[in-house]
Write a protein that binds this ligand. Structure first.
Ligand code: PLP
Length: 435
């Protein structure tokens, strides 16, 4: 067995070199389906190999199969960043291998998680008194929140969300055997509260920052209706929630403090590597009533509610460590600086599109995602997307809005510069002109 210290130094060095060079790689993997698997041994090794072989294959074999989410030129879906402090915290978490099944199995894990969620709530301007914990993804956070909503309103089986809500709401209602009612949106892709029919409803999911256009549902109006009719309000701010760290962007969040549960994904726009989804509630008792189940072998003398009593999983890993590391190493000012810069760069890109004939902006831009298209057919726009992504220089994605195929440029990497954004625009124009 080779030396952990030497291998560790090599691995950290490998990551540092990777991050220095990542801008140079084709952003979207150009591998053919099955090619990576075919280039690996089809049977496991009989005898131990040195760890350096693993590193070597990362470069030689797996490299072509990597889509570079860490690239500053990744503009697809929601661009993310795994920051250096969080990368190191992941290493430490694996080294410590805390398994938070009960408070006593790692008091540090539980208490740091609760404190860090408190800190983040303060940074986002959320009111005091919320209880927060970490889930793997927003899909799980929403599933858990809707399970609680179902439990507090037995007999009510309907969940409402906008036609632009994320598909995780569809999946959650399918798993929970609830009926999903999609509410039509207005011309700015926001849920229309006047079209909400709350009879039989146990929950409404309002989105701040929808996946396609980042539109913002009118949460305050939705909260008025939910309060009047005793319906659970879950706010999905998986992507956009991070923006609330900037006071000047808080007007997009009016009313979210009245939600029964709120999800924000620090693994989207807050510099934390996947996975890390934060879920707050002001109905902690309802979560405990829905999920607390302590078998004999887990009974303890101390009177502490363990985080496993707030959700469906028993064991949790030390995810709080990487979030804590980011909050400490960036601070409020560092996070605000990144988010502001992304919003500025998205504004710049929007201006570039508007200033050029033959292109159009197709949705308002509340945050750092620009929805646009080349004037012309859906096929034309699809072809532009394919050509841009095949170039490897940048990676963008698409959606459909108002029935039309739309291109999306999402800015969210802490490493993206103005030069990267200008390059994206040059590549788009070049590929469009070539058609
Ligand atoms: C608004 C919104 N909610 C939920 C999700 C699901 O996130 P996750 O991948 O963490 O489950 C997404 C993913 O992009 C999203 O955009």
């Amino acid at each position: 067995m080779s030396s952990f210290r030497d291998d560790g130094a090599l691995a950290v060095d490998w990551v540092a070199s990777y991050l220095e060079r990542v801008r140079e790689f084709p952003v979207l993997s150009q591998a053919e389906p099955g090619a990576i698997r075919a280039s690996l041994p089809q049977t496991p090794p009989e005898d131990p190999e040195p760890f350096s072989n693993v590193l070597a294959d990362l470069d030689g074999v797996l490299g072509p199969g990597l889509t570079h989410w860490q690239s500053p030129r990744f503009f697809a879906y929601f661009a993310t960043t795994s920051t250096e402090p969080a990368i190191l915290a992941e290493l430490l978490a694996a080294g410590l291998n805390q398994v938070g099944i009960l408070w006593r199995t790692s008091p540090a894990l539980q208490e740091l998680e609760e404190l860090t969620l408190d800190w983040l709530a303060q940074l986002l301007g959320l009111p005091p008194g919320l209880h927060g914990h970490i889930e793997d993804t927003a899909s799980t956070s929403t599933l858990v929140a809707l399970a609680v909503a179902r439990a507090v309103a037995p007999g009510r089986r309907v969940v409402l969300c906008s036609e632009h809500a994320h598909s995780s709401v569809d999946k959650a209602t399918r798993l929970l055997e609830l009926e999903l009612r999609k509410v039509p949106a207005d011309e700015a892709f926001r849920l229309r509260p006047d079209a909400m029919e709350l009879a039989d409803a146990c929950a409404v999911v309002a989105t701040i920052g929808t996946t396609s256009s980042t539109s913002v549902d009118p949460v305050a109006e939705i909260a008025d209706r939910c309060e009047k009719e005793c319906v659970w309000l879950h706010v999905d701010a998986a992507y956009a929630g991070a923006a609330a760290v900037c006071p000047e962007l808080r007007d997009r969040f009016v009313g979210w403090e009245r939600a029964d549960s709120i999800v924000v994904n620090p693994h989207k726009w807050l510099g934390v590597p996947t996975d890390c989804s934060t879920l707050w509630t002001r109905r902690q008792d309802a979560f405990r009533d829905a999920f607390s189940l302590i078998p004999e072998y887990l009974r303890v003398a101390e009177e502490v509610t363990s985080l496993s009593e707030h959700t469906q999983v028993l064991g949790r890993r030390f995810r709080a460590l990487k979030l804590w590391a980011v909050l400490r190493c960036y601070g409020r000012s560092g996070l605000q600086e990144r988010i502001r810069e992304h919003v500025r760069l998205a504004g710049l890109f929007e201006q570039l599109v508007r200033a050029e004939g033959g292109w159009e902006i197709v949705a308002p831009r509340p945050f750092s995602v620009v929805c646009f298209r080349r004037v012309g057919s859906d096929d034309l726009n699809e072809e532009i997307l394919e050509r841009v992504n095949a170039s490897g220089e940048v990676f963008i994605s698409h959606t459909r809005l108002g029935g039309r195929y739309v291109l999306r440029l999402a800015i969210g990497s802490f490493r993206t510069t103005e030069e990267d954004v200008r390059l994206a625009w040059d590549v788009l124009r070049r590929e469009a002109d070539a058609l």
